[in-house]
Every structure is written in C-alpha cells, then in structure tokens.
Design a protein around this ligand. Structure first.
Ligand code: KIV
Length: 264
C-alpha cells in the first residue's frame, strides 16, 4: 500500500511540523461528505461542534450535545480511511471536571473511530487536558476565539492578550496537547506561537504562518454566508438550487421519470 493511503496517526500528524509540509484539515459531519474529503487527501477531519450552526441551524454551538456529537462522529468514522479523526467536545461535556471529561472524551474513542478530541482551552482547562492525556486520549487545544464562551466574551471575539495566548499554548503543550488550533488569532501572534511550540498549530482566520489550516466544509463549498477568513472554492448552494429547480420542472412537465427510469 502506498504511504499516501496509510492511516494518519497522532504521532505522524505531529511529525508533519518538522517536515515543513502544511497540514490540511476540514470539518465533516456525515458519511458522504467525510468519504469525499478523506479521498481528497486532507490530513485531518474535525467533527466540529460547528455542526450546531451549519447543520442544525442554531445561532451558537452551545446547544450541541454529547449524544449528537457521538452520532455525527460515528457516521464520519465509517467513512474515514486515511485522515486523522478528531471529535469536538461540546459545551458542558468537560467543564464539570476531569472525571466528566475523561468519561465523555473516552466515549469518542470507545464508540467511534475518533483518534483524538478537541477542547476549547484556557488556564482553567489545563488540568483537564493533563488528565485526558494521562488517560491515553490525545487532545487538540483550541485557542483564540472560543465559541463556547460567547456569552462571557460578549460576542465572537478574542479576549486573551497576545502574551497570555502564547503562555496558554505553551502550558497546553506541557500538559500534553498534541496540537493547537488557533481561531482568529492575529497573524503575527499566530506566527510567534507557531515558532514557540514544538506541536503543530492549525489556523482558522489566523493568517498564513500556522503549520496548517482548517476550514468549515460548508464554507469551502459555498453553502451559506462565507465568513471573511474563509474561501469558497465552489458555489454549491447555487448548484443544489439549480438541480432541484430542474427536477421540479421536469416532474411538472412530465419529462421525469422517462422510460429509462421505469421498470416493466
Ligand atoms: O467546531 C468547529 O468546526 C471548529 C472550527 C471552527 C475549527 O472548532
């Protein structure tokens, strides 16, 4: 089997930093999309709690539950043959303490094909990261804009100062995190964090200097409003609308189904 099709592991993912080859991640939430993005050659797939916004239609990620995350991660896991699969710990699945965090993070590794979890990291979560790593659960630590703290932050903004974020990231690395996800961190600060850390940084809205990049799949595909940090490589919204409009027209005109779609 060629190395291009070997399963990504946490150690291989971490070692990509040394090679200088940029790491690519996307989100996915279901079997069909996960099969396609895995075959496209991404290094990692995140089943993000962004599922609450882009799939469920909520205005924040807060309503997403463990049950829902397990359901989506199971589906994605059935599709993944190559990429590292990371599951997001949803709001209130780890904030109650290390026992709760280990139980919930462990469920992803037990019941799905996830190899790691992601959590929104501040100083208060260091003990949790340490406990998860000690339990054998790889942790990706998420810094910068932390959507699960939206009400405390008063909106989608980064409130920790630059120097604090660097210290937070170094502390998470010492606690055993294998990667740092940087959301909406100013590009120069993301460059400094990337230089300071041994573990890879994966940026979203954090400029070009991170070791890798992640985007929400719906943004790449042009489904819905595209945020400034993202790039739509396709206008899938338009293609879907047009395909379904054609289907409506053909059914109403009696063109579909034709004889080739019917059975005798
Ligand atoms: O939940 C998610 O999809 C995320 C991305 C913004 C990286 O955390």
């Amino acid at each position: 089997m060629s190395s291009a099709f070997q399963m990504m592991t946490v150690p291989k993912f971490v070692s990509l930093k040394k090679t200088g080859r940029k790491i690519v991640m996307v989100t996915a939430y279901d079997y069909t999309m996960a099969s396609l993005v895995d075959a496209a050659g991404v290094d990692g797939i995140l089943v993000g709690d962004s599922v609450g916004m882009v799939v469920q239609g909520h205005s924040t990620t807060l309503p997403v539950t463990m049950r829902q995350m397990l359901y989506h991660t199971e589906m994605v896991g059935r599709a993944v043959q190559r990429a590292l699969l990371v599951a997001d710990l949803p709001f209130l699945s780890y904030q109650l303490g290390t026992r709760q965090a280990i139980r919930n993070a462990g469920l992803f590794l037990k019941r799905t094909r996830a190899q790691a979890v992601k959590l929104e990291q501040g100083p208060a979560q260091l003990e949790i990261t340490r406990a998860l790593v000690a339990a054998g659960i790889p942790v990706m630590a998420h810094f910068g804009l932390r959507p699960q703290s939206i009400h405390q932050l008063g909106g989608y903004r980064v409130t920790r100062e630059g120097e604090q974020i660097i210290q937070d990231a170094l502390a998470a690395q010492e606690a055993g995190a294998f990667a740092a996800l940087l959301e909406y961190v100013p590009a120069d600060l993301a460059r400094r964090i990337t230089e300071e850390l041994r573990i890879p940084t994966i940026g979203i809205g954090s400029g070009p200097h991170c070791d890798g990049q992640i985007l929400v799949l719906h943004d790449i595909l042009g489904l819905g409003r595209i945020p400034r940090h993202a790039k739509a490589y396709l206008n899938l919204a338009e293609l879907v609308r047009s395909a379904v409009e054609q289907f409506c027209q053909e059914v109403r005109d009696g063109v579909f189904p034709g004889p080739e779609h019917s059975f005798s």
